[in-house]
Design a protein around this ligand. Structure first.
Ligand SMILES: [Zn+2]
Ligand SMILES: [Zn+2]
Length: 379
């Protein structure tokens, strides 16, 4: 089985019982809503925090899982009848002509792995717009027209569920290194003061190094790695933290009216990235275990076990805007309202600021010298 075009919205029970229109998921409500007649349907969602799949079993089951199998899909809008193309890896979106939700069925196919959990949209479009407007208003050294440019694009904020892998893992690390302990000796030295040679003493610090080895254990939960081709890992990390205790068992209906992507980064590649995120914690655990005043670490051998994963969708309002011929991107965490974005700087404003700083420094220097002269002349 694979993606089918007749995603049968009816089968997903997202048709309005009142008027037959396709229902949208209404952020923050846990309900589907009809934009035409106002009918609402609650989604009987179940909590999913703690839903984790054993990593080794998962690897075994999805051995050779490929991200290249997804193809663009043509979908016919049930409301206006227009056909539109969903890019490869896109599993839901809205009709570009009438904004009716378009959804593909996530078949029980390894290539189109059904997410284990989702954080449903909490911020509605208007709240995301407000967060964006506040954000641009708080930027320092922004070009004068930036606020107008960004707020002008705020209506084009697009709600998207981005795929992520979430890992829990335990580690044991065997290490070899050296422990450095400080000790002090008294040293005699000669110096010249006021033309006289003097003999003085001083304390000198030394480090005594001794070899050290041992094993440390660490526990990691909720190591997050982006599985999206369009939400890069750096931006994903900046959008963290997420309220993972609110993770909800996956239900297609939360996707209705939003764009969603299937994973483009495999779980094995993502686990490699997640291992990287454990390194700093492991190193500091090793340094703590070695003790002493300084540590040298020569080798680390880490084993990962009890590894478990969850494939989750996280909600982001995304907006791109152009300024001075460049494209910038702003993302709003649709759970917390945190805004992360790139923006242009005004060279003119920065130049002025530097001028003001220089003027202040010159002023301080001038008054300091006047004060010094005054006190020297005895007034
Ligand atoms: Zn209706
Ligand atoms: Zn349509």
């Amino acid at each position: 089985m694979s993606y089918t075009n007749d995603a049968t919205n009816a089968a997903l029970e997202i048709k309005c019982a009142g008027c037959g229109a396709i229902l949208h998921y209404a952020p923050g409500t846990g309900r589907l809503q009809c934009t035409y007649c106002g009918t609402e349907n609650a989604i009987d969602s179940k909590p999913a925090d703690g839903t984790r799949i054993d990593y080794n079993n998962f690897c075994h089951q999805y051995d050779g899982i490929s991200v290249t199998d997804t193809k663009p899909q043509s979908v016919k809008c049930g409301t206006c009848g227009a056909s539109s193309q969903l890019d490869a890896g896109i599993t839901s979106d809205v009709c570009p002509f009438c904004a009716t939700p378009l959804m593909l069925a996530l078949a029980a196919d390894s290539r189109l792995l059904r997410p284990h959990a989702v954080l449903p949209f909490q911020l509605a479009h208007k709240e995301a717009k407000d967060a964006l407007t506040r954000w641009v208003g708080e930027r320092w050294f922004a070009p004068g027209d930036l606020k107008a440019t960004v707020t002008g694009q705020a209506n084009r904020l697009r709600g998207c569920y981005y795929p992520h892998w979430l890992f829990d893992t335990d580690t044991t690390t065997r290490y070899k290194g050296e422990r450095g302990d400080y000790y002090y000796t008294t040293e005699t030295y000669t110096t010249v003061e006021n033309g006289q040679q003097l003999t003085k003493t001083r304390q000198v610090r030394h480090t005594r190094w001794s070899s050290a080895s041992g094993t440390v254990r660490n526990v990691f939960v909720n190591l997050l790695v982006s599985a999206s081709a369009t939400l890069d890992e750096e931006l994903s990390q900046k959008l963290d933290p997420w309220d993972f205790p609110s993770l909800t068992a996956f239900d297609e209906r939360f996707l209705s009216g939003f764009r969603s992507e299937t994973f483009q980064v495999t779980h094995t590649k993502a686990f490699g990235t997640a291992k990287g995120y454990t390194e700093a914690t492991i190193l500091s655990a090793v340094q703590g275990d070695i003790g002493g005043d300084e540590q040298r670490v020569h080798s680390l051998d880490t084993r990962y076990f009890n590894t478990a994963l969850a494939y989750v969708l996280l909600p982001v309002w995304m907006c791109t805007y152009k300024h001075g011929g460049k494209t910038y991107r702003v993302a709003v965490n649709a759970r917390t309202g945190e805004v992360i974005g790139t923006r242009p700087y005004s060279a003119g404003k920065i130049f002025l600021f530097v001028l003001v700083l220089l003027a202040l420094a010159a002023g301080i220097w001038y008054w300091a010298s006047v004060w010094q002269n005054t006190s020297q002349t005895g007034y």
